[in-house]
Design a protein around this ligand. Structure first.
Ligand SMILES: [Zn+2]
Length: 397
């Protein structure tokens, strides 16, 4: 028996787009979706077709033009939403409707103003109505982590009996803690009907900074699918970050014993694209892809890394696609070589910034035989930190 595969459901284009101030148009969504496909995600949630005409068009376009990946559209448990989602996805290569309704008492009472029985009926009726219109039906019990566990099982079992093959356990408000969330996944696993044919999914929010660790706890407890966004963008404090979940699973393969379809070498460039498109600058100490994630400054660390990288590095920059091109730079290197180097390192600087950086590089090269990538990274960081565009949040390295 081989290792269990974790399905990666990316919702950068739906939940990620709910980041305050972020709006992706059709072309942008398609561009990002293409990148996500080469990254190797299994499912792309492209949007919420009933929310706006723009999003309808975007979901339709992505669904009809993207190969080799399932395209999902979000839908409330109402007929008009399901119809709209169907119209958007009917010609998609592989379609999934993502139905959701809140199941926690607080959401039922104050948001939907309906009883548990009414919510249950809406869920079941919607799954039945969606049957045959999509390749796959996914059902989410919104605010599952604050839902009565027995009621949650009741809802899951009735939607499974009605034909939903994927059930999602969202920690909508980022309230769960890892062990408890893992226990919930186990409880669901042990109590749902038709376990062998049903995919259990989790969707974690980062309000307490635990989206990634809750997702990992769920995987450990047997979850089959994780819902993530690139760079963890999303509503409020965001979602579980794809790159962190994947690199944790990779780096601690010995512990998690699961596989996935992600080509990790595409991680860095995907994160760059999404953060640029979203206009979001990442914190320098962001795990995996932050500017400082692979930088060592303490002398004792540098010394260790020079002797053997494994002393302080648990991952290699190359693993996530940060290129080390082995072009050695020195005082004889010209401006073209310098620009090529910046490009290879993934930096996208303005003319002015390149001019300043090149001058600084020459100064360093005068005093040092070989200017390594680490030196160049440092120069660029200084230039970016002091430039106008950094303050406006346009760039990150
Ligand atoms: Zn969400």
């Amino acid at each position: 028996m081989g290792d269990r595969k974790v399905i990666v459901f990316d919702t950068t284009l739906r939940d990620g787009e709910q980041t305050p101030g972020v709006n992706f148009d059709k072309e942008t969504k398609y561009k990002i979706a293409n990148k996500l496909a080469s990254l190797g995600v299994d499912v792309i949630e492209a949007g919420f077709p009933a929310a706006s005409n723009g999003d309808f068009e975007a979901v339709k376009y992505v669904g009809e033009n993207l190969d080799g990946v399932t395209v999902a559209g979000l839908s409330r448990c109402v007929k008009s939403d399901i119809d709209r989602t169907y119209e958007a996805l009917k010609n998609a290569k592989k379609s999934r409707i993502h139905l959701f309704i809140a199941t926690s008492d607080i959401h039922l009472k104050y948001k939907l103003k309906i009883s548990r029985d009414e919510a249950l009926k809406m869920a079941v009726d919607s799954v039945k109505y969606a049957l045959g219109k999509f390749d796959e039906i996914q059902f989410s019990a919104e605010d599952a982590s604050r839902t009565d566990w027995d009621f949650l099982i009741k809802v899951f079992n009735e939607v499974i009996d009605a034909g939903a093959k994927i059930i999602n356990i969202p920690d909508t408000v980022g309230y769960a803690v890892p062990k408890e969330f893992g226990r919930l996944v186990e409880y669901v696993k042990d109590n749902i009907h038709d376990r062998e044919n049903v995919t259990i999914s989790v969707h974690c929010h980062n309000d307490l900074g635990m989206a990634v660790v809750n997702s990992l706890s769920a995987v450990e407890s047997g979850a089959d699918q994780v819902e993530v966004t690139v760079c963890g963008i999303g509503e409020r404090a965001g979602n579980a970050a794809l790159e962190e979940v994947i690199m944790a699973i990779n780096t601690r393969k010995d512990y998690f014993n699961v596989i996935h379809g992600i080509n990790t070498k595409e991680i860095y460039s995907t994160c760059k694209l999404v953060s640029e498109m979203a206009g979001i600058e990442l914190q320098p100490n962001k795990a995996i892809v932050g500017f400082n994630a692979f930088r060592h400054t303490a002398g004792i660390h540098q010394h260790g890394v020079i002797n053997n990288k494994a002393t302080y590095e648990i991952m290699k920059p190359e693993d996530i696609g940060i290129t080390t091109d082995h072009i050695s730079m020195g005082k004889l290197s010209g401006r073209n070589a310098f620009e090529l180097k910046l490009k290879n390192m993934g930096f996208n600087l303005s003319r002015d910034e390149i001019n300043i950086a090149f001058k600084r590089f020459k100064d360093v090269a005068d005093n040092k035989k070989v200017v390594d990538d680490e030196d160049i990274r440092e120069i660029v960081e200084d230039v970016i930190l002091n430039s106008k565009s950094f303050k406006e949040g346009e760039l990150w390295g």
